[in-house]
Structures are given as C-alpha cells and as structure tokens.
Ligand binder design. Structure first.
Ligand code: F6P
Length: 329
C-alpha cells in the first residue's frame, strides 16, 4: 500500500448529522478507505454531534464499509443535537476527541452540521465538511450529495401518478421536499413536464402560478395536469382546495414526504460522495482545517467554513426561466 499521508495525522473521526441523504454511505466508505490508504485510522461516530458528546463510536476498517456504497440512509445513524449548540456540549465533544486521539473530524450534512463543525474547531479539532442534503440548498456548493437520487425518486413517483391522472383526466398536486429551497421542485417539475411548479423563492399567487397555467393547458387540449409544489412554498392541500373551489376540477393531492430521502443512491451521488470523501481526507492529512468540500461545475474544490456559511443560494435563473417557458408563461 502506498502511504499518501503527508502530515502527522494518525486518527480521524467521521460522522453524519442532520437529515439523511442517499449517498452518505458512499461518502463514509470513501473517507474510511481514503484514510486507510494514507495510514490514518478512522473512527465512526454514531448519531452525529450527539454521539461525539456521549462517546458513541466504533473503529471502522476498510472491510466495515464493504457493501454500503449502494445503500441509502447512513450506517452511522444521524441526529440533530440541541446539546451540541451549547458551550457545555461542545466542551464534552472536544473532550471525546481528545480521549480518542481524534485529530480531525469529517462531518457529512448540511449548514447546521457545518456550524457545528465550526464550533468544534474552536477547541483545536481540525474539521472538514461534506455537503449532504437532498435539498441542494447549501450556498457554497453547486451540488449536495443526495439531490440527484431524491429528484429521480420523485420523478419516478410522479410518472406513476401521471398514468392514473391521464386515465381519469384529473389534476395531481404533488408536494416534494424543500422547506426553504425550490431546487428539488424546479428540477422535478421540469423533468415530469409539470403544468405548474411552486417554489418558496417566489411568493405564491394562485391566479398567476396555477389557475392561468391550467387554463392555458386546457385551451391547448390537455385534460390532465401536474402541479409540483415545494413544501416550503405553500401547502399542497390548500392548492388542491383552491383548484377544486375556483376551477371546478377534482384534484388529487399526494405528499411524497420522506420517500424522497430513501433508496439506493444514483451513480452521480455515489461518484460525488466518493470524490468528496477522498478530498476531505486529503485536506485533513495535509493539516488543513475549517474547510467545506464543494462542487464547482465539474470540479471538487474547498472553501473556508465561515465564509462558506455566509454564501446564499438562489435558484438558477436560467433553469427557472426554462421552467416558466415550459409551463406556458
Ligand atoms: O433534508 C432536508 C429536508 O428534506 C427538508 O426538505 C425537509 O423539510 C426536512 O428535511 C425534514 O426533515 P425531518 O423530517 O427529518 O425533520
């Protein structure tokens, strides 16, 4: 085995925190195997920051991560920890790192996870974050692990709905995840040829964003309609009620919910997770800290955590424009 370790790092930890996302296991596997390749021992921390506080861990070798690249969820479990937001909680987590001899932590998750990593770094632990969330809502990176799988799952579900909506000449209102971000709804909406797409980034207007689009679709001869709603935009149930009351249709409302967070990761998510895991370990082994691994186009780059957390993400205007053209306005 060629030892690629260029620094003096001997042991690191890896954890997943916040909402799970398909591809997190591929990232864990990559971290463990990349660390091994560099002669670095890897400890799996279970249940995110909460596990670092309570000392819930297990050493991970290359064979421990066999056969997980294809599995959704996270084998390390995940959690959201209120205690870790307190100074006392952070001190306990830092004490665990000291006890275990962890010189670095790779934290896989979203913005909340990265804020936690930044807090921990103040106690002298090196940290690197890997973006994993189906929402693709992290400002510093073009891509987050899990988005592609979730979008494909939602598209698969809506394609099935379309069959029955076509047969009955009905309207389907489908809610996809995205509490603060419309990326998932926008991509899914374009991919299924939706009649309308509602995202949290644009204030909801029933007449303009739904009624007018259904009217135009009807005039062009369509008899079934798919309305894709991001959960943070407006309640899909209330959109259905308005369609019934104001347009005289008999819509069916489907909330896809956590179905979108499960399932085997796509090729894209497996490859991105593997590339990001490799890069995270490379940075730690070179003594770097406070970095987030980001996708910039086709490239994997890294950014300072504090700066990255200031970056805001807006919907890609070109993608949004294409959606508005495809939905008829
Ligand atoms: O992973 C992000 C996200 O999927 C949001 O879109 C959603 O609102 C949230 O997680 C729900 O997560 P949970 O049910 O785990 O709190």
């Amino acid at each position: 085995m060629e030892n690629e370790n260029t620094g003096a790092v001997r042991r690191i930890g890896v954890l997943t925190s916040g909402g799970d996302a398909p591809g997190m296991n591929a990232a864990i596997r990559s971290v463990v195997r990349s660390a091994y390749r560099r002669g670095i021992e890897c400890i799996g921390i279970r249940r995110g920051w909460a596990g670092l506080i309570s000392g819930d861990f297990a050493p991970m070798t290359g064979s421990d991560v066999s056969r997980i690249i294809n599995r959704g969820g996270t084998v390390l479990y995940t959690a959201r920890s209120d205690e870790f937001r307190t100074e006392a909680g952070q001190q306990k987590a830092a004490a665990t790192c000291k006890l275990l001899g962890l010189e670095g932590i790779v934290a896989i998750g979203g913005d909340g996870t990265f804020r936690g990593a930044l807090d921990l770094s103040r106690y002298g632990v090196s940290v690197v974050g890997i973006p994993g969330t189906i929402d693709n809502d992290i400002g510093c990176t073009d891509y987050t692990i899990g988005f592609d799988t979730a979008a494909n799952t939602a598209v698969d579900c809506i394609d099935r709905l379309r069959d029955t909506m076509q047969s009955h000449e009905r309207c389907a209102v489908v809610e996809v995840m995205g509490r603060h971000a419309g990326y998932l709804a926008l991509h899914v909406g374009v991919a299924v040829g939706a009649t309308a797409v509602l995202v949290p980034e644009y204030p909801y207007n029933f007449d303009e964003h739904v009624a007018e689009k259904i009217r135009r679709a009807r005039l062009s001869g369509k008899t079934n309609f798919i309305i894709v709603v991001a959960e943070g935009a407006v309640s899909a149930v209330s959109v259905g009620e308005q369609i019934r009351a104001e347009l005289g249709l008999d819509p069916r409302v489907t909330i896809l919910g956590h179905i979108q967070r499960g399932g085997a990761p796509t090729v894209k998510d497996r490859v991105m997770a593997t590339r990001m895991g490799y890069e995270a370990v490379r940075l730690l082994s070179e003594g770097k800290t406070n970095r987030i691994i980001c996708a910039e186009g086709d490239k994997i780059v890294d950014r300072d955590i504090a700066e990255a957390l200031q970056m805001k993400k807006t919907l890609n205007p070109e993608e949004f424009k294409v959606m508005t053209v495809m939905t008829g306005t």
